[in-house]
Design a protein around this ligand. Structure first.
Ligand code: BT5
Length: 259
């Protein structure tokens, strides 16, 4: 077994967490970890259950976009049962956990692009997808989906090469997925406990954003906004200052940095 072979036990052994990653469902290949995690959550899986696959054949991003998820990458979903007040912070939690774990495993310095991308030198190395089921005022479940380009040669994937990078392309050597996954799960638990205890991730998340102060084009609900990304609100929304001086609050969208 090489060091980088993933398995449920290699991930959970001496992980040092209380609940995140205590139960791991590992698959060599899956359509999407989100689908299995959703089914598990509906059946009441224990909080912190992780669904991880070496390869996804139908990985997805937001708005049913495709997420390329070949072998060598990390594709995982984490099942949580957060309070409603924590819900809007989960995207901050996931992005920061990815940034911290990439930093500590590789020394690289990733940044966050609002709302859900982690970038290295301006190129996407990770995408985060949060899917929640909310009944009235109660969250039935939330699933954090994280895809990281770890050992991926972007030259083999021309469809994303101009906008994407991987840890191995940046470092010119392979990176241990096992080590990265374990760091990631520890960070997710630490940040989730901070949130659950009433702490905030907002300040650190805001300062990790590459987007702020930049001229941007934002597409949200088929409307295109242009202006300067002035700030983010505590609920994670983007505050965009248009050329006419108007401030617009955008809850979700796609950002193109213009300078
Ligand atoms: C995302 O969507 O960035 C969220 C991706 C979440 C993937 C994880 S993997 C584990 C779990 N299981 C799943 O099925 N999904 C989650 P979005 O912001 O919509 O970005 C999607 C866009 O990123 C695509 O339209 C492509 O342009 C680009 N893209 C696709 N694959 C990529 C990759 N491997 N690296 C970088 N960019 C990619």
């Amino acid at each position: 077994m090489t060091e980088d072979t993933l398995s449920a036990t290699s991930i959970t052994n001496n992980l040092g967490t209380r609940f995140i990653g205590r139960r791991v469902l590992y698959y060599p290949s899956l359509t999407s970890t989100m689908e299995v995690a959703k089914e598990e959550a509906r059946q009441g899986a224990v909080e912190g259950t992780v669904v991880i696959a070496d390869e996804q054949t139908g990985g997805r991003g937001r708005l049913k976009r495709a997420w390329l998820s070949p072998r060598g990458n990390i594709a995982l979903s984490i099942i949580l049962y957060p309070s409603l007040s924590c819900l809007s912070s989960l995207i901050m939690l996931a992005s920061l956990a990815v940034v911290h774990s990439i930093e500590s495993t590789t020394g690289l310095k990733p940044q966050v692009k609002w709302p859900n991308d982690v970038l290295i030198k301006g190129k996407k190395v990770c995408g985060v997808l949060i899917e929640s089921d909310v009944q009235r005022t109660k969250v039935s479940y939330s699933i954090i989906g994280i895809g990281i380009n770890v050992n991926l040669k972007l030259a083999d994937f021309p469809e994303i090469q101009p906008v994407a990078t991987s840890l191995s392309d940046e470092l010119r050597k392979e990176v241990s997925r096992l080590s990265l996954v374990r760091h990631l799960l520890v960070e997710v638990e630490r940040l989730y406990l901070t949130l659950s205890a009433g702490g905030s991730l907002y300040e650190e998340w805001r300062s990790s954003l590459v987007t702020l102060g930049k001229k941007v084009r934002v597409t949200a609900d088929e409307t295109v906004y242009e202006g300067v990304a002035e700030s983010v609100a505590r609920d994670g929304s983007l505050l965009l200052r248009s050329l006419d001086g108007k401030l617009t609050k955008i809850v979700a969208g796609d950002v193109t940095l213009r300078d």
